[in-house]
Design a protein around this ligand. Structure first.
Ligand code: FDA
Length: 314
């Protein structure tokens, strides 16, 4: 019930200023983000890999203001991919990229072809570095105004880098159709519920409707020829996914589960111990504000803990 107001509040500059004064080491931030530096991200990743988990690393950043910031984010990805390679982690670790962090929303005046073209070229550079290191890239999905653009960029990227993963959000009414289009051989698709505040015209707003949409999409993806990445912490949906996978004769390793860093870590280990591939999404970097607010909005029980952290600034 608090989700929409919290997401709306997170757009206030005053709230952002206040929350951004929290150190990344404060319990509330550190619970979701292992650190701001590449080193901290790689150390957290190595610990997860040692525990039998796979990882996708996200260099935090979204809605950047200019092409220089976009280039800096690309450089951060190339750097972390280089570290994955030199630490021998690239086989178990890929990267997740938000197109808005690498230029998608920049205006037409930012360069020939505008923000979309800049984001495509930047994404190509990250995909090239990932391929050279022996790993892959997944394009995160942002709010519904970006879906067409993101899927168009994905289509272009997949011509040269067919291993590039997509994300689809069960909350959107269009997603079952998008799943059908993307459920083909060689296609990696992460299915999540969707973390953004969306209007009823394009999205299911009741939890039950999002959950039933998730199950319909799961069926399409698990029956299809691609590699489904089942991104949820919801115990019911995890059980349903396992049941459908068994019904359609999918072997372990032909799909994977994904969860966020810090969320249900015991369940991550439990599932991995049953032989499932479990990938943990590890976000890192200085620009953790938007990510943190979406996580808090998902779990309003966190709110009192959050307010206490703000008051004590620890
Ligand atoms: P739900 O919100 O119903 O939670 C189920 C249970 O999980 C809760 O009861 C609680 O126990 C636990 N839980 C969930 N969120 C928690 C939190 N923040 N803190 C503590 N416990 C929590 N979204 C998007 O729009 N675009 C994207 O690209 C991605 N990418 C992505 C990658 C991965 C690997 C995951 C797991 C998720 C995403 N998401 C995302 C986020 C996703 O859309 C969704 O908002 C969250 O996963 C929460 O939804 P659940 O499916 O976990 O269910």
């Amino acid at each position: 019930m608090l989700r929409q107001p919290l997401l709306a509040l997170s757009r206030s500059e005053q709230v952002k200023k206040l929350v951004s004064t929290l150190p990344v080491s404060s319990d509330i931030v550190a619970g979701y983000v292992p650190g701001e530096t590449t080193r901290e991200a790689i150390d957290a990743t190595a610990a997860l890999v040692d525990a039998g988990l796979a990882v996708t690393l996200d260099h935090l950043g979204e809605d950047i203001a200019d092409a220089e910031q976009a280039s800096a984010n690309v450089a951060a990805y190339v750097e972390v991919i280089g570290q994955l390679s030199s630490r021998g982690l690239a086989r178990r670790v890929e990267v997740s990229v938000k197109l808005s962090a690498i230029g998608q929303a920049l205006p037409d005046s930012a360069g020939p072809g505008g923000g979309e073209k800049i984001a495509l070229e930047n994404a190509r550079e990250i995909c090239r570095a990932a391929r050279n290191a022996g790993t892959t890239v997944t394009l995160d999905m942002e709010d519904h105004t970006t879906t067409d653009s993101t899927l168009a960029i994905l289509g272009e990227l997949r011509q040269d880098f067919p291993e590039t993963g997509a994300v689809l959000q069960a909350a959107l009414r269009r997603t079952e159709d998008d799943c059908r289009r993307l459920a083909h051989m060689g296609s990696r698709v992460r299915l999540c519920k969707g973390a953004y505040e969306e209007p009823e015209s394009v999205a299911f707003t009741e939890k039950i409707d999002v959950d039933t949409s998730y199950v319909r999409c799961l069926k399409v993806l698990l029956h299809g020829g691609g590699y489904p990445m089942i991104a949820t912490h919801d115990p019911r949906l995890i059980a349903i996914a396992s049941t459908i996978a068994a019904e359609v004769g999918r072997e372990q390793g032909t799909y994977e589960f994904q969860m966020l860093y810090g969320v249900r870590p015991e369940e991550q280990k439990r599932l991995a111990a049953t032989g499932e591939t479990v990938r943990v999404y590890v976000p890192y970097g200085k620009d953790w504000y938007g990510y943190l607010m979406r996580r808090l909005a998902e779990r309003p029980q966190n709110l009192s803990f959050f307010v206490k952290s703000l008051v004590s600034k620890k």
